[in-house]
Design a protein around this ligand. Structure first.
Ligand SMILES: NC(=O)c1ccc[n+]([C@@H]2O[C@H](COP(=O)([O-])OP(=O)(O)OC[C@H]3O[C@@H](n4cnc5c(N)ncnc54)[C@H](OP(=O)(O)O)[C@@H]3O)[C@@H](O)[C@H]2O)c1
Length: 244
């Protein structure tokens, strides 16, 4: 029987890169996203990959994922990756309840409920949870109350879960990427000029003097996921930005 990986937010960017790696290794791969079109494009590029529309705020979508693993994968899951997320720059004076709720839903509530529902599947394989957090959850910036606190919270959840789940043989780790070339800024609604300005400013702060690529993150994700004796780490993969 093939090994099985679920990647929440696997329809683009970092999650897609992780999905592609495991797809090419012959694993059974299930990816999620809110956009059906993006999921269909991924399916066209990786025939046989499984896709489910999943917005973590929608309890029916969560039930769909759980039912799929129970019925189609016989209740087995080797790896859960929490990569679904978006970014937003907001000053404290302009922050709104709806943007805070969306941020905490995507990065804290969603991953927690998904991990909770997947516990029995992961326990059956002595599996692994990998959370994709951010250097913004480590290094402090202004205008990032929502995103920075959400990612710092997910870093802490990683450590809490790792202690709690170690007796079940489940490993829990996080990668905290630095600025990485994906569509996340565009998806946040910024125009091309603003995206370039943000990217240039980020690049100047990176000691290794370049932004990351998806492969920079995937290669480290794979190394962590291959380890059988690593749990509770928050690994910055960020060109050094978190210590700059
Ligand atoms: N790129 C970076 O510079 C960077 C740096 C540090 C950390 N990260 C983190 O890495 C993760 C992946 O980001 P990425 O750069 O790969 O971005 P991306 O290419 O925009 O991918 C985001 C993925 O999450 C899904 N998604 C977005 N918001 C969602 C929500 N509210 N609920 C459910 N699914 C959602 C997207 O699909 P749909 O839009 O169709 O839902 C997509 O599958 C995120 O958690 C991000 O915070 C990124």
């Amino acid at each position: 029987m093939n090994n099985k990986i679920l990647i929440a937010g696997g329809s683009s960017g970092i999650g897609y890169g992780i999905a592609k790696h495991f797809y090419e290794k012959g694993w059974d791969v299930l990816i999620t996203g809110r956009s059906k079109d993006k999921l269909n494009s991924a399916k066209a590029a990786m025939p046989g990959i499984r896709t489910i529309v999943y917005d973590s705020a929608n309890e029916n979508h969560l039930a769909d994922l759980v039912n799929f693993i129970e019925n189609d994968w016989n209740g087995l899951l080797d790896i859960l990756v929490n990569s679904a997320g978006h970014v937003e720059l907001t000053s404290l004076k302009d922050i709104s309840k709806s943007s805070l709720e969306a941020m905490y839903q995507a990065h804290l509530i969603g991953p927690t409920l998904l991990a909770s529902k997947c516990l029995k599947f992961l326990a059956a394989t002595n599996g692994h949870i990998l959370n994709i957090t951010s250097s913004h959850g480590i290094k402090v910036y202004a205008d990032l109350s929502a995103y920075g606190s959400a990612k710092a919270g997910l870093n802490m959840l990683t450590k809490i879960w790792s202690l709690e789940l170690a007796p079940l043989g489940i490993k829990v780790n996080a990668i905290a990427p630095g600025p990485t070339n994906t569509g996340i800024l565009k998806a946040a609604g910024y125009d091309d000029e603003t995206v370039l300005t943000i990217q240039e400013s980020e690049k100047k702060q990176i000691p290794l003097q370049r932004r990351g690529n998806v492969d920079d993150i995937v290669s480290v994700a794979v190394a962590i996921l291959e380890s059988k004796w690593t749990t509770g780490i928050i690994l910055p993969v960020d060109g050094g930005i978190s210590i700059s």
